[in-house]
Design a protein around this ligand. Structure first.
Ligand SMILES: NC(=O)c1ccc[n+]([C@@H]2O[C@H](COP(=O)([O-])OP(=O)(O)OC[C@H]3O[C@@H](n4cnc5c(N)ncnc54)[C@H](O)[C@@H]3O)[C@@H](O)[C@H]2O)c1
Ligand SMILES: O=C(O)[C@H](O)[C@H](O)COP(=O)(O)O
Length: 357
C-alpha cells in the first residue's frame, strides 16, 4: 500500500507508518505524476484535489485532515468512485481560542465588558458554536446568524440585524460559490455599509468570503480594526493590505497540536474503515502533559488576560508574517508556507488544566 501525504499533517508516521509506505510532499506541489503508484492521498487545505489530479493513479481514498473541503472537487471524485473523507470540527476549538485571543489582544478592556460588548458570529456550525460558548463564559453578549442552525443559548438574528448590532464580527462559514446562501464575497461594499464603523472584523474562515477591495475601501473610510487569518489571494499578500490590518496571521487559526492531530486521526479512522484495517490508535497518547495554569474554581474571565502571553502570543504570528514582505512589497507563497510548515503548534487551553473548554 502506498500513501502520498502532505508533509504538514501531524502524527502521520504514528498513525500510518505500519499501514503503508508513506511518501511526503509539499501539499501545494502535489502533481498527478506523484500519484501514479499511490493507493491513497492524504492532504490538508492547499492541495487542489480534482479528477485530473488523480487520473491514471490507483488512488481510491482521499483524506483531508481539515474542516474545510473547498479545495476538493467532491462531485467529480464521487463520479469517479473515489472515497473522500475530511475532519469536521477537528480544529474548531483552536479557531475559537484564536478569535478570543485576537479580540483580547486588540481590546483587552473587553475581558470584563459584560453585556455592552456584542460579538456577532456568522456561521453557527462547529467553530461558531464553540466560539459562542467561550464568549459567553467571558460574559459577552453573543448574537449569531446561520440559515441552517439556531443555537438555543444565544440570540439568533438575521444577517442584517447582526451586521447592525455587533461590536465585533467573526466569520465561520464555508466558502461556497452557488446556492441561496453562497458565501463568496458575503462581505462586500453593501455589508460593510451596514456595520458599525468601529466594529472589529475577524475572518478565519476562507479569504474569498471577504472582498479584499471592498475591505480596503471600507478601512480607508472607517479605520475599522480587521484581523485576517485567511486572504482572498492567499498565499500572496500585498503590503497595502497588511498595512491596513490590525492583525494578520498565515492561516494558522486552527493550528493547535490537538486540532491537527485530531484531523489526522479522523482521516486514519476513515482510512482503516475503507481498507478494512483495525483502527486502535488515539492521538492523546502522543501529547505531553502541560503545567496547570487555570484555576478551575475561578471564572475564566478573571484568568484569561494575564495568561494569554503564555497560551498564545498572536502578535508574534503577526510579526512573523509581516517580516516576510519582500522587495516587491508582497508576502510570497514561500514565506507564507514556511511559516506554516515550521509553526510551533499551540496547545488548546484545556491542556492547561480546564477540561471544560
Ligand atoms: N483558518 C483556519 O485555520 C480554519 C480552521 C477551521 C475551519 N476553517 C474554515 O471555517 C469554516 C467553518 O468551519 P466549521 O467547522 O464551523 O464548519 P461547519 O460546517 O461546522 O459550519 C459552517 C456553518 O456555516 C453556515 N453557513 C453556510 N452559509 C452561511 C451563510 N451564508 N451565512 C451564515 N451561515 C452560513 C452553515 O449552515 C453551517 O452551520 C470551514 O468551512 C473552513 O473553511 C478555517
Ligand atoms: O479547514 C481547516 O480545517 C483549516 O483551514 C486548516 O487548518 C487548514 O489546513 P492547512 O492550512 O494546514 O492546509
Amino acid at each position: 500500500m502506498k500513501v502520498i501525504a502532505d508533509e504538514n499533517l501531524a502524527l502521520t508516521d504514528y498513525f500510518f507508518a505500519d499501514l503503508a509506505e508513506i511518501d511526503y510532499r509539499a501539499g501545494r506541489g502535489i502533481q498527478a505524476e506523484d500519484l501514479t503508484a499511490a493507493n491513497a492521498l492524504l492532504v490538508r487545505s492547499v492541495t487542489k484535489v480534482t479528477p485530473a489530479l488523480l487520473e491514471g493513479s490507483a488512488v481510491e481514498f482521499v483524506g483531508s485532515a481539515t474542516i474545510g473541503t473547498d479545495h476538493i472537487d467532491l462531485a467529480g471524485l464521487a463520479t469517479n468512485h473515489v472515497e473522500v473523507t475530511h475532519a469536521p470540527g477537528c480544529n474548531a476549538q483552536a479557531v475559537a481560542e484564536y478569535v478570543v485571543t485576537a479580540i483580547l489582544t486588540l481590546q483587552p478592556e473587553r475581558v470584563q465588558a459584560g453585556t455592552d460588548f456584542c460579538l456577532g458570529i456568522v456561521g453557527l456550525g462547529n467553530v461558531g458554536s464553540r466560539l459562542a460558548q467561550l464568549a459567553q463564559r467571558l460574559g459577552w453578549r453573543v448574537i449569531g446568524t446561520d440559515p441552517n442552525v439556531q443555537l438555543p443559548e444565544i440570540e439568533n438574528l438575521s444577517f442584517a440585524q447582526l451586521l447592525a448590532e455587533s461590536d465585533a464580527i467573526s466569520i465561520h462559514v464555508p466558502l461556497t460559490h452557488t446556492g441561496q446562501h453562497a458565501t463568496y464575497h458575503l462581505f462586500n461594499t453593501q455589508t460593510f455599509e451596514q456595520m458599525k464603523p468601529a466594529c472589529l472584523l475577524i475572518n478565519s474562515a476562507r479569504g474569498e468570503v471577504v472582498s479584499e477591495q471592498a475591505l480596503l475601501n471600507d478601512i480607508a473610510k472607517t479605520q475599522r480594526p480587521v484581523v485576517l487569518d485567511v486572504f482572498e489571494h492567499e498565499p500572496i499578500i500585498s503590503r497595502n493590505l497588511l498595512d491596513h490590518l490590525a492583525l494578520a496571521t498565515p492561516h494558522i487559526a486552527g493550528y493547535s497540536l490537538e486540532g491537527k492531530a485530531r484531523g489526522t486521526q479522523m482521516v486514519y479512522q476513515a482510512f482503516c474503515q475503507h481498507f478494512k484495517r483495525e483502527a486502535s490508535k488515539q492521538f492523546e497518547s502522543q501529547l505531553a502533559d502541560m503545567p496547570v495554569l487555570f484555576n478551575l474554581k475561578q471564572p475564566l474571565s478573571t484568568q484569561l488576560l494575564p495568561l494569554l502571553p503564555q497560551l498564545y502570543n498572536i502578535r508574534a504570528d503577526d510579526q512573523a508574517l509581516r517580516a516576510g514582505l519582500n522587495k516587491d512589497g508582497m508576502v510570497d507563497a514561500a514565506h507564507f508556507d514556511y511559516l506554516r510548515k515550521t509553526y510551533p503548534l499551540r496547545r488548546e487551553w484545556a491542556a492547561y488544566g480546564d477540561q471544560s473548554f
